[in-house]
Design a binder for this molecule. Structure first.
Ligand SMILES: [Zn+2]
Length: 346
């Protein structure tokens, strides 16, 4: 399988994040990519490609222009105030506060565009996020040019980033950009299946009113799990998009038996939709050893997940999302991709 990868990810090394009320070292760290790269190179079955370049305007199909401008200029603005280190917001426009204007100061602007304090911006963040987006867009281009499947080794991840907000370690929505790339290249109906432990709130928001992209997410219930405020089963899309969002929230402690039943429901929905192509938001934080998640999938389940995805028989773009059990992330990603290469069809 083609693997698209950029070394620019390493410039985004966030330092610290606010996680469940405590300031801790970032779970989303550059070593994640090192372990994935090691495991995929050891498998020896993949063709490594750099991302292509794309005009900045392509981002505007998915994101608001003012949001892109904020991300692009955020760190220089922070530096202009004489600050350094990681940028973290500390005030947000919650209920009762104004959301109709963006404060001109960097601290207010940060709170306006962010939805958590777990997603630091550092000097290399914009370049890393842009390269990550280009990896996903390149993988989509490879599939439209005839590849059956391509994998974008994206870091930072993307599925929490919405049209005009960032959070959950995500800045640009890589999977949404891949789906849009497939649509622009003539794939009429694109299914986007998010198997990361956390709900893909950004992707859901982006495609909420669209009927050409089916969004399905299997994730820890937002009642107890991040991102807390989106991802319930009664969210089904709106307007033309009504019925084109399917959330399958599961309880903490979910094992493979219950997980694979949700996966079967997702597969049926993708087939009923008549998808021409599939984008997978591939988080492997469903793993039982993950430090910030609570499902019970073990190593032997990731080849089964890969087989279920491969068995859908559609052209596929796999986009890396989460996975924070750093020393096992490579094994688990390679196991999913290996199922594609050995054409295990279930
Ligand atoms: Zn996740």
């Amino acid at each position: 399988m083609d693997v698209v990868h950029s070394a620019l990810h390493a410039g985004h090394d966030g330092g610290v994040e606010l996680h469940r009320g405590q300031l801790v070292p970032c779970y989303e760290c550059p070593a994640r990519v090192d372990f994935i790269e090691q495991a995929l190179r050891a498998a020896g079955r993949h063709t490594w490609l750099p991302p292509r370049d794309f005009p900045l305007e392509r981002l505007l199909d998915i994101h608001d222009a003012d949001f892109i401008e904020f991300l692009r200029t955020a760190y220089p603005r922070w530096r202009a105030e004489g600050r350094d280190g990681s940028m973290l917001p500390s005030g947000f426009p919650a209920r009762g506060l104004r959301r109709d204007r963006v404060p001109s100061g960097i601290h207010g602007a940060m709170g306006y565009y962010a939805f958590d304090a777990g997603t630091p911006i550092v000097p290399g963040t914009w370049e890393a996020a842009l390269a990550s987006a280009h990896c996903a867009m390149t993988a989509a281009a490879l599939v439209t040019e005839g590849a059956r499947a391509a994998y974008a080794l994206c870091r930072p991840p993307g599925h929490h980033a919405a049209r005009g907000t960032y959070g959950g370690y995500c800045f640009l929505n890589n999977a949404a950009l891949a789906a849009q790339g497939l649509r622009d290249a003539g794939k009429a109906r694109v299914a986007l299946l998010d198997v990361d432990y956390h709900h893909g709130n950004g992707t859901q928001e982006i495609f909420w009113e669209r009927d050409d992209v089916l969004f399905i997410s299997i994730h820890g219930t937002p009642d107890t799990e991040y991102p807390y405020f989106l991802g319930y089963a009664d969210e089904r899309g709106a307007g033309r998009g009504e019925g084109y969002t399917l959330n399958l929230p599961l309880q903490r402690g979910t094992d493979w038996a219950r997980y694979s039943a949700a996966l079967a429901t997702a597969r049926e929905a993708i087939q009923a939709f008549g998808a021409d192509a599939l984008v997978v938001s591939l988080g492997v934080d469903t793993y039982q050893g993950d430090p910030i998640s609570a499902f019970k999938l073990s190593k032997e389940h990731f080849p089964l997940l890969g087989g279920q995805l491969a068995g859908l028989g559609l052209p596929k773009v796999l986009v890396q999302e989460g996975g924070y059990a750093v020393e096992d992330i490579g094994h688990n990603v390679a196991a999913v991709l290996g199922a594609f290469d050995s054409a295990v069809l279930r």
